[in-house]
Design a binder for this molecule. Structure first.
Ligand code: LRH
Ligand code: MN
Ligand code: MN
Length: 429
């Protein structure tokens, strides 16, 4: 396997950091031991944790106003895979890529799977796209896709999703993520009940095409592109649709897809309670679907989400197999750096949630001891777990300080020499 970053560079860097890391890891280990926690057991848990990266996150994002490309950014799935391999090589926490179709369309998916494997990568959930028209397509999605009035548009959207399943089978995926932008901009534009009926009927045709071991992840979003109403706007619509479709249909929570201040961690607990928690799109948000870097705005919320996931893992009820993925738009940073930093923020919250003294938390809850229940969470949240993450990474062959090695590698400068320049333009792709 030929990985993009020099193994010698990583090894040299790790050797220079080794003494400091041992010191920090030792100190944290002694602190955790006093609380009855074995740091190596936490490290092993962290080492087994992973989060997928989105192929579309490898390119510079933008807004509808502008996109500001950087030299050396990827322009096709092959280059995106190479960049995702850098993220995984350094972080050792992102071994899978989630592709989006038709953005990542190629002629030979078996070859693409091999190419990814050669870079140490596999494929995660496949994402369908019926929120944009593609050149030459027969029916427009201007008035919706799975919920459109036009039966031709609905059929085309169903067939596209079925094609995504076929592609996913070749890539080794087992999840199809379906997000539709369908909705309205004016009161009265569409009938709420009838548009949901059309969505459910079309979605059930996709569901019927799922292989036995596949899941269909329904991603809700409150608004955008539709600004008055959206067909699958919230977790309520999502879980109702998932329940109607059947056991292989689950709900996917994109952290940016809710009204401001909504209690997302409670939504996580609710979805799990009914066996419908399918997965996440991690990002952060200040105002809406901002697609900012995970943990950059509200890291405490991210921790509280992971705290619910830890509770869910301890009480699997109807099973617990959430698919974790980053979904961000990197408008002002090098996307590789943002995903390295975000993967670290996500893994940190996972590690902190593992440190919560659940016995103390539950006892305080039963005794109605509000302050001690909160302190059980606070104690874990305030621990700096970075030595645990660094140790797990180094042991797996990654870099102690991922950003430092990435910068030293001059990877982006090298790619700027090799890759064709991206044209100016607007939009996320
Ligand atoms: C919609 C969304 C969805 C899409 C992606 C590009 O806002 O979160 O997951 O597939 O952005
Ligand atoms: Mn998303
Ligand atoms: Mn989104």
């Amino acid at each position: 396997m030929t990985l993009p970053i020099s193994a010698d560079l990583i090894a040299e860097h790790n050797a220079a950091q080794a003494a400091a890391l041992e010191d920090d890891y030792g100190a944290l280990g002694r602190k955790l031991a006093r609380a009855g926690i074995d740091i190596n057991a936490v490290k092993d848990r962290v080492a087994a944790f992973s989060v997928a990266v989105p192929s579309w996150g490898a390119g510079r994002g933008g807004t509808r106003f502008a996109k500001f490309p950087i030299p050396g950014e990827p322009t096709n799935i092959h280059e995106k895979l190479e960049d995702c391999a850098v993220i995984n090589q350094l972080s050792r926490v992102t071994p899978r890529v989630s592709p989006h179709f038709p953005w990542d369309k190629v002629s030979d998916y078996a070859a693409l799977r091999e190419e990814a494997a050669g870079l140490g990568l596999g494929f995660d959930a496949v994402n369908s796209n019926t929120f944009q028209d593609q050149p030459g397509q027969a029916h427009t999605y201007a008035n919706g896709s799975l919920s459109a009035q036009d039966p031709g548009a609905r059929r085309q959207a169903v067939e596209h999703n079925i094609e995504c399943i076929e592609i996913g089978r070749k890539l080794g995926s087992t999840d199809l993520t379906v997000w539709v932008g369908d909705g309205t901009n004016f009161p009265g534009q569409q009938d709420f009940a009838r548009s949901l009926d059309r969505y459910l009927e079309a979605a059930s045709e996709i569901y019927a095409a799922l292989p036995d071991d596949w899941r269909m992840l329904l991603e809700h979003k409150m608004f955008e592109p539709a600004f008055y109403s959206t067909v699958i706007s919230d977790w309520g619509s999502s879980i109702l649709a998932a329940q109607e479709l059947g056991p292989k249909a689950k709900c996917l929570v994109d952290l940016g897809h809710h009204a401001p201040n909504v209690n997302i961690e409670q939504i996580v607990a609710r979805l799990h309670r009914f066996g419908k928690l399918g997965g996440f799109h991690f990002n952060d948000s200040k105002y809406g679907d901002d697609d900012l870097d995970s943990g950059s705005i509200n890291p405490h919320q991210l921790f509280l989400v992971f705290n619910e996931l830890a509770e869910a893992e301890a009480n699997p009820r109807d099973g617990f197999r959430p698919s974790y993925m980053i979904d961000q738009s990197h408008n002002v940073t090098d996307p590789i750096e943002s995903m390295l930093s975000s993967a670290e923020a996500i893994a940190q919250c996972y590690a902190k949630a593992s440190l919560v003294d659940r016995g103390a938390l539950h006892a305080a809850q039963e005794a109605n001891d509000t302050m001690m229940a909160f302190q059980a969470l606070r104690r874990a949240y305030t621990i700096d777990v970075s030595p645990i993450l660094a140790k797990a990474r180094v042991e797996a062959g990654g870099a102690c300080d991922v950003l430092a090695v990435y910068r030293q590698s001059r990877y982006r400068d090298r790619k700027a020499q090799e890759r064709r320049a991206v044209g100016l333009g607007a939009g996320i792709v």
